[in-house]
Design a binder for this molecule. Structure first.
Ligand code: PMP
Length: 415
């Protein structure tokens, strides 16, 4: 049994020592003390089904035994920087990771977070092309440092600091976007930005295949392939932010970009890559990677032995437990069941996403699409009381986000 501080004690101390605008979820925040696969446990031993853990780094399940074992074993052996000395863990993981990506993407840089991975990707694009302008999509999220905050396009994730050289293209959002599901029309906006807002050349384009923080928005069909050729013509690199969509989460594919039939120049990874271990990565071609050899680039802990041992164990667990397949089967099932709820509940405006990256957008009525934000808060609270954790998000704060660890079962889905 847990003997540590209570939730109310923690809340009081957090307010003093961990000042942040983002408080913990829920009117009465949960004090989680243990996790086991798709479950987490609070201070009283109450079990919750974690249908949102996928976003908070967990891919193959809380404390997956194989990942724990690999992490503990490596922690016992050695934890150090990989900058100065050789160690097999970082090489083993880089090799295994590259094997999961298109053949030309085999140069891996490890970082400690998704923000860092995207910062590095943007810098590489600028160095490689010699251009400065980057195009990202409105409503996307890419991180909280200078360039990544600039690429992020939601005002409530931005601070008033200098964020230059980024242009935000129309969001190809089939549900609320101005051109509906016409991906090519949205892509024309990228061409317009290049024509009217840059020297005619850009360093690159960055996007999530499905916007996660933005409310699980699948980009309109045909958008990314059309943008890909526009960006190539403008001399830029295509950066796929796979921080949320990677590692089999979308079910049909291991990477989100694969569904769109394009091969990015740079892929960025984090979250699920380490099942909770703080690690991120940038994967690109050896030719592009060369730009970082012209000066000294290093990260003290990026690719450290413990995190890369965990990462390798995660890749193996995804294969061994057939988690991508599970994401497809169980995720499709959850989506189907959620969609069928639309017949009964006018408040459900849209059900979307793929695999275990799902969103339910709540509206006052389907005609006006007025966001049902307070209802969404009620639902997340109520579900917590019933023992199920789900997420919230979207620009209007009215999207339920369902992103469980990939070991989630049909029984968990409540059928
Ligand atoms: N990219 C995407 C798509 C994300 O969802 C996030 C985090 N929500 C990031 C980048 C930034 O990752 P981190 O919080 O690890 O810096």
């Amino acid at each position: 049994p847990y003997n540590g501080p209570s939730a109310s004690d923690l809340l009081k101390r957090r307010k003093v020592y961990l000042p942040t605008c983002l408080g913990p979820f829920y009117t009465h925040p949960l004090n989680l003390v243990e996790g086991k696969m798709q479950y987490v446990f609070d201070e009283n031993g109450r079990r919750y089904l974690d249908a949102f853990g996928g976003i908070a780094t967990v891919s193959c399940g809380h404390c997956h035994p194989d990942v724990v074992e690999a992490t503990v074993n490596q922690t016992r052996l050695l934890q150090h920087t990989t900058v100065l000395y050789l160690n097999h863990a970082v090489v083993d993981f880089a090799e295994a990771l590259a094997a999961k990506l298109p053949r030309e993407l085999e140069a891996v840089f490890f970082t400690n977070s998704g923000t860092e991975a995207n910062e590095l990707a943007l810098m590489i694009a600028r160095l490689y092309t010699g251009y400065h302008d980057i195009i990202s999509i409105r409503n996307g999220y890419h991180g909280n440092a200078t360039s990544t905050m600039a690429a992020t396009a939601q005002f409530f994730h931005k601070f008033n600091v200098v964020q230059t050289g980024i242009h935000h293209a129309l969001n190809p959002d089939p549900y609320r976007g101005v051109f509906g599901s016409d991906g090519v029309k949205y892509a024309n906006d990228v061409q317009d930005i290049i024509d009217y807002g840059t020297c005619g050349h850009v360093a690159g384009f960055i996007a999530e295949a499905i916007q996660g923080v933005g409310g699980v928005i699948e980009l309109a069909p045909g958008y990314l392939p059309a943008v890909y050729s526009i960006i190539k013509k403008a001399g830029g690199l295509f950066i796929a932010d796979e921080v949320q969509t990677g590692f089999g989460r979308t079910g049909s594919h291991f990477w989100g970009f694969e569904e769109q039939g394009i091969v990015p120049d740079i892929v960025t990874l984090a979250k699920g890559i380490g099942n909770g271990a703080p690690i991120g990565a940038v994967v690109t071609t050896p030719e592009i990677a060369k730009v970082l050899t012209y000066s000294n680039y290093f990260s003290t802990f990026g690719g450290n032995p413990v995190c890369t041992a965990a990462g390798l164990a995660v890749l193996r667990a995804i294969e061994k437990d057939k988690l991508q397949y599970n994401a497809f089967v169980v995720g499709s099932y959850i989506k189907e069941r959620l969609s069928s709820l639309m017949e009964k509940h006018e408040i459900i405006g849209d059900v979307r996403g793929r695999g275990m990256l799902l969103g339910v957008e709540l509206v006052q009525d389907r005609q006006s699409k007025t966001p049902a934000k307070s209802e969404m808060l009620k639902i997340t609270e109520h579900m917590k009381d019933m023992g199920v954790l789900i997420g919230k998000g979207g620009f209007h704060g009215n999207v339920l986000r369902i992103t469980p660890p990939l070991c989630f079962t049909k029984e968990d889905a409540g059928c």
